[in-house]
Design a protein around this ligand. Structure first.
Ligand code: A3P
Length: 363
């Protein structure tokens, strides 16, 4: 059954799914104007009725279907809303009124599942693909709670999560979590049963991807070869340079395994996520205890871009790729430099294979 079909059969899920398209933009660092004492559930009692509702006979009961687009604000003071809180997140939004009428209380929860990394391995693709599932709701952008905003507390974090109804998984992705020292312990303290998703990719290609992204923001960036090695030859690898250092996955994994059993971690092959996204997303759905709803029917391969794309997603109903910042062309790197980096990574890769029990077949 496709997401589409499932959504049609499940108007409540479908409705909430689109509701948070609006509320996800609240994941920028805004202050939620509701008082700290407020419940996180939506209070629908204070606002007037929305203009246009359509009646829909759903099984035995008549349900109201809220138009998914063009929902008008009831608040004439919107322009004065300096907190930039989206209307859908505000109390009394038509979508939440509807859910409340159905006896449901959409509320925000701390995440049950985190995509913790690894940067430039396909973390955005993983998030966009898995959030096609109607039982997965994800924060719209990287919240960076455990590495940058920890002092703000769990209540702040929860306010950056999307609304969910019972049975839906709350997910967040911040790839820097994987490599930040204090994060494993902090996640453990939040919830020791948090499920952790980790996309990994050949560390040499990952380093080049990381460099390509940095170079795209800085026009006078030195060559990759000049940054990855010390003293102008390819003899000594600069292991302090971020793009190289992050690729020593075993080193960071050791820290996570001090707090979480391997069974709570799922490793996703970044290479396979490109070649066979449905296969990898199938594994993710199994790991999360979800019905396999996201399948090959959701993807098509865009030969020009060289990557799988989506027929539709939470954000767009027409076929599209992940955007220009994902799947960039990499610069040419001297073969000798690549060979030397492969040699450098080999023992760490072998250790990583041993620790995970998976051979990712990196060259
Ligand atoms: P490149 O842009 O170097 O090719 P992240 O989202 O963690 O930043 O990872 C970015 C990488 O995701 C991209 O690196 C690309 O190789 C990979 N990727 C995986 N699936 C993709 C897809 N469907 N579209 C675009 N990029 C994808």
């Amino acid at each position: 059954m496709s997401t589409n079909e499932q959504d049609e059969n499940n108007p409540l899920r479908s409705l909430l799914f689109s509701a948070d398209l609006l509320s996800d933009s609240s994941t920028t660092e805004t202050t939620n104007p509701r008082s700290a004492a407020d419940s996180d559930s939506v209070n629908v009692a204070t606002q007037g009725a929305p203009e246009a509702f359509k009646l829909w006979n759903h099984g035995a009961s008549i349900v109201r279907v809220v138009p998914l687009s063009g929902i008008k604000s009831n608040n004439n003071n919107d322009n004065n809303n300096t907190h930039n809180v989206p209307q859908a997140a505000a109390d009394g939004s038509p979508k939440y009124r509807f859910l409340r009428q159905q006896g449901l209380r959409p509320s925000r929860h701390l995440p049950d599942t985190l995509i913790i990394g690894v940067k430039k391995s396909g973390t955005r693709a993983l998030l966009e693909f898995i959030r096609l599932h109607p039982d997965v709701r994800a924060a719209g952008c990287e919240v960076h709670f455990f590495d940058r905003h920890y002092q703000r507390g769990l209540r702040w974090y929860r306010h950056h999560m999307p609304y969910t109804i019972e049975g839906q998984i709350t997910m967040e992705k911040t790839p820097s979590y994987f490599v930040t020292k204090d994060v494993p312990q902090r996640v453990y303290q939040m919830n020791a049963s948090t499920k952790l998703l980790i996309v990994v990719r050949d560390p040499v290609t990952r380093a080049i991807s990381d460099y390509t992204q940095a170079a795209s923001k800085k026009s006078d960036m030195k060559r990759f070869e000049d940054l990855a090695f010390i003293n102008g030859s390819f003899a000594v690898v600069d292991t302090t340079w971020g793009p190289v250092k992050i690729g020593v996955y075993s080193r960071y994994l050791e820290k996570w395994l001090k707090y979480f059993p391997l069974s709570q971690l799922l490793f996703i092959s970044g290479e396979r996520l490109i070649m066979d996204p449905a296969y990898e997303i199938g594994r993710v759905q199994d790991f999360l205890g979800l019905k396999r709803v996201v399948t090959e029917k959701h993807f098509y391969f865009n030969a020009t871009k060289g990557f799988p794309c989506l027929f539709k997603s939470e954000a767009r109903s027409t076929p599209h790729s992940l955007g220009k910042t994902k799947g960039r062309n990499h610069p040419h790197i001297e073969e000798a430099a690549i060979e030397r980096l492969r040699e450098f990574y080999r023992p760490f890769i072998n250790k990583f294979y041993q620790m995970t029990g998976i051979n990712f077949a990196w060259p």
